[in-house]
Design a protein around this ligand. Structure first.
Ligand SMILES: [Ca+2]
Ligand SMILES: [Ca+2]
Length: 433
């Protein structure tokens, strides 16, 4: 699993690099200090992830920039104060950044082209400059050099995109559920009354089966963590110790719980509700539940809002009343995912899309008919032309080689009226002369 936390992790590691070895030191048995490198960052899931990471890697190599990072806090980094320091980094790093930006612009251009080809607009002229504007993580007005504005845009885009990451996942999930309900209703329409009744009963039965599960512990509570401690870690619940627990589950050993490490803690709880072999359990819903749990714990525990839980934040949380005596946890199926109004709007949107598609299909059919009509017309014209040519050729041969017989006949003058009679006259002629 990848997630957005790594970008913040990188920024945080920058911002508190001095403090980090001490913090990590406490969590490891006896680590030599020189081995304490910042952990390798994982994919942020952003489409410009590679560019983002390469820029960060190169900036880190500049001593001036690195020093400024130590003295700038997260809020100031997000506000763009750090970006201005770009003016003071070495020429070598700037040249490298220019190169990275040119590569990124080229990648975006290829992306635009691929998208256009996929849309069937192959070979059309493309206004790259205009299309590049949709990408906000760099300044496309000067595609050849990396400037302060480029760094500013990169930091702001990444912060903003990652902040909206969960929101988009929730929206996608809601759409998924509404599409599921819509399909179900459409399917019911195709059944006769008996079959429909049976299907409805089966649906209600599955819903009941799904809702029937053991009690879920409040995520991040002592009860929940103790269960992980006992069942996943195989330790005695009487020895439960938050600090040891933190060390055990900070799997990459960086001194923080990131989003993935937190989410991994909820697997035991989720398994109480979801079984991939059961028809009534939807694994998409399980992932949504995991996301809800992680967001809930992050909201309560991550007090400095850097999307990471430090050991200090964790220990502070374990002393709170909510940790020791938590409320129950309402699972996904206990709360409606969408309102009737939202479903209605979604279905209307689907109907509009279908209508648009039908209109487009009709247009295309009409175009095809028109083309066929034109083709028929062309064919008719061609036949006509062919006939005219044949006719012309015929009359041409008639003019150049007049048949001898015809001349004789014309000389003899076929009398108007019956040809038989005229022939008879001809035959009679010798007898008369
Ligand atoms: Ca960690
Ligand atoms: Ca934090």
């Amino acid at each position: 699993m990848w997630g957005p936390s790594h970008f913040f992790l990188i920024l945080c590691l920058w911002a508190c690099l001095d403090a980090l070895p001490v913090a990590v030191n406490k969590t490891k048995v006896s680590p030599p200090v020189e081995e304490l490198e910042p952990p390798k960052s994982a994919d942020t899931g952003l489409h410009y992830d590679r560019y983002l990471r390469e820029v960060i890697d190169f900036l880190e190599k500049d001593p001036h920039f690195r020093e400024k990072l130590h003295n700038t806090d997260m809020e100031d980094i997000k506000q763009g104060k750090l970006a201005k320091e770009l003016d003071f980094v070495s020429h070598h790093v700037r040249t490298k950044l220019d190169e990275l930006k040119r590569q990124e612009v080229n990648r975006l251009r290829t992306l635009i082209k691929l998208k256009q080809d996929a849309n069937g607009e192959k070979g059309m002229t493309v206004d790259h400059q205009a299309l590049l504007k949709q990408f906000e993580h760099l300044n496309n007005m000067n595609p050849h050099t990396f400037e302060v504005e480029d760094l500013d845009r990169l930091i702001k885009s990444a912060t903003n995109d990652l902040d909206n990451f969960d929101k988009e996942r929730h929206e996608d999930f809601k759409k998924y559920e509404m599409a599921k309900e819509h399909d179900r209703k459409e399917h019911l329409k195709t059944l006769d009354e008996d079959a429909r009744k049976k299907e409805e009963e089966h649906f209600e039965e599955l819903k009941k089966k799904h809702a029937d599960h053991p009690k879920i512990n409040h995520p991040g509570s002592q009860d929940q963590l103790k269960e992980v401690w006992e069942e996943a870690d195989g330790l005695d619940p009487n020895d439960f110790d938050p600090k040891t627990f933190f060390k055990l589950h900070d799997t990459n050993g960086d001194g923080y719980f990131d989003e993935q490490e937190l989410e991994a803690l909820f697997t035991k709880e989720l398994e109480k509700v979801y079984d991939p072999t059961h028809e009534e359990d939807d694994m998409m819903e399980m992932e949504e539940e995991r996301l809800r749990m992680r967001e809930h714990v992050m909201n309560e525990v991550d007090t400095n809002k850097d999307r990471l839980v430090s050991l200090d934040e964790f220990i502070t949380a374990t002393n709170r009343k909510e940790f020791l005596e938590p409320d129950g946890w309402e699972t996904l199926e206990q709360n409606p995912i969408y309102t009737e109004e939202e479903l209605r709007e979604f279905e209307e949107h689907l109907a509009r899309e279908e209508q648009d598609l039908n209109l487009k299909t009709n247009d295309l059919m009409k175009q095809r008919e028109e083309l066929e009509r034109q083709q028929e017309q062309l064919n008719a014209q061609k036949m006509e032309l062919q006939r005219a040519v044949e006719h012309m050729e015929q009359s041409k041969t008639q003019k150049t080689e007049p048949p001898v017989q015809a001349k004789v006949f014309s000389a003899v003058e076929i009398l108007p009226g019956d040809s038989q009679r005229s022939q008879g006259h001809q035959q009679d002629l010798p007898t008369h002369s």
